[in-house]
Ligand binder design. Structure first.
Ligand code: ZN
Length: 453
């Protein structure tokens, strides 16, 4: 009996070790995330080992197959199915299945044709190995046309609401009044072209009309850049507040305020929770020939007692202080955490040449802008430094756009973390930034543009 028990124990040990070996061959999924946005939707699979995968696009209906080796279907992977949002611009749904003994197949049902990019990321910060699938549209929409048509749409909606309000008021007056019909006349009637007649905006594929081109040339375009986003949370406060969330809230409110100024249009480098690489933020601002670039942050610092707002511009030489250099290094690391497909940055050399261009004039204007913003910010809370600091921030390197990076407060300071969450405090910050930007434009009117589409 004893021998038999020992034999069984040995067998048990053997089975156990075989089980452990089996587990060691397969990777375990530690997290699945989906980041939907108009720009692109990202699907991230995070695992304890690097994953080997290949993908294939199929038509009728459009879908993306992804086969992942050395993986068994587990509950963590199945969670992906529930993570696709109904408003995802690209993904209609996800199915997962064990395609072969050690191959898991994901099927992404698509809402429109996509140009997928697949890449892997090594462990960094709090992340283990990541397998990333970015689904881009097959044709990139023109950002300038989108801006001008967004303004047209807003004007039309405003005109419509004025007409609705007028109609309602007059209807209440007890006498017949000749009013244009509130609903559009049939297209056969020439009277349909009344001044307030709304018409559907042209599709983005059409070239701009002469009227649109004049409006584009007259526009003052402010690029607002909420830092971080998606896989990159930015700094996280002691109470769990994420930098990427508060800076987006502030930027969206600032967009509302600035869009209320005559001829000003705001272009956001991101308007949702997704990651935008640093060079892409610069490229977006240059594509619309932005007159200004304002990057908004709320970082942590080495000491929790550090407090106050700071404003940064690019430096041509070294940083203006050790703290400024440290901050720039921190911000420049965003791409590592957010995750970029290095292979897809094929115009890397062109990018580098652009970033190395002389930026003396840009820095001079950026310092002017920075000083205009610093003064009203100092009346909201305290300032970390009384002058604009300078360091080599990658995101401020558009050679032809005055660019500043505003650290609104230190999220690592418990008191400032509370303030950053407070809508009233956010509104004060937004007012201060608006005041600074208006003063800069009043003293430095933007040059007339000839914006090419
Ligand atoms: Zn930041």
């Amino acid at each position: 009996m004893n021998n038999r028990r020992r034999a069984l124990q040995r067998m048990g040990a053997l089975v156990l070790s075989f089980g452990a070996m089996h587990r060691a061959w397969g990777a375990a999924i530690v997290g699945v995330r989906v980041w939907p946005a108009e720009d692109y939707t990202r699907v991230t699979l995070e695992s304890d080992q690097a994953l080997n995968a290949r993908h294939q696009l199929l038509q009728n209906p459009p879908r993306l197959l992804v086969d992942i080796d050395g993986l068994t279907l587990d509950p963590a992977l199945r969670e992906l199915v529930g993570k696709v949002r109904p408003d995802d611009p690209y993904i209609a749904g996800v199915r997962v299945g064990q395609n072969a003994p050690r191959v898991v197949r994901l099927v992404l049902d698509l809402k429109q044709p996509v140009a997928p990019q697949q890449f892997a990321l090594e462990p960094v910060a709090a992340y283990r190995f990541r397998l990333v699938l970015d689904l881009y549209p097959t044709q990139e929409p023109d950002p300038l046309l989108a801006l001008i048509r967004e303004k047209e749409g807003a004007d039309q909606r405003a005109a419509q609401s004025v007409r609705d309000a007028l109609g309602e008021l007059i209807a209440r007056v007890d006498k017949p009044v000749a009013l244009p019909a509130p609903t559009p006349a049939p297209p056969t009637s020439p009277a349909a072209t009344a001044p307030l007649q709304t018409k559907a905006p042209p599709s983005p594929a059409e070239p701009p009309s002469a009227d649109e081109q004049r409006r584009i040339d007259r526009l003052i375009i402010v690029a607002l850049d909420p830092g971080h986003g998606g896989e990159d949370p930015g700094a996280v406060g002691p109470g769990g507040t994420r930098e990427k969330d508060v800076v987006l809230q502030i930027a969206l409110q600032l967009r509302e305020q600035l869009n209320g100024l005559p001829n000003v249009r705001v272009m956001m480098t991101r308007d949702a929770d997704f990651f935008v690489p640093l060079h892409e933020r610069v490229r977006k601002a240059r594509r619309v020939q932005a007159d200004l670039f304002v990057s908004i942050h709320a970082d942590a610092f080495m000491r929790p007692e550090a407090r106050g707002a700071s404003v940064f511009a690019l430096s041509e030489g070294g940083a203006s202080s050790a703290a400024a250099r440290w901050m720039a290094q921190r911000e420049n690391a965003a791409d590592l955490v957010g995750g970029i497909n290095v292979a897809s940055v094929n115009d890397k050399h062109v990018m580098q040449a652009m970033l190395d261009m002389s930026t003396t004039a840009q820095i001079k204007d950026s310092l002017k802008l920075g000083n205009e913003v610093l003064a009203p910010l100092g009346r909201v809370g305290r300032l970390h430094k009384r002058q604009v600091e300078q360091a080599g921030f990658a995101v401020l390197k558009a050679p032809d756009v005055p660019s500043i990076l505003v650290e609104t407060a230190f999220i690592s300071n418990p008191e400032e973390e509370q303030q950053l969450r407070d809508p009233a405090y956010q509104a004060q910050l937004v007012d201060a930034l608006t005041t600074g930007i208006r003063r800069y434009f009043a003293k430095n009117p933007p040059l007339a543009r000839n914006r090419q589409l």
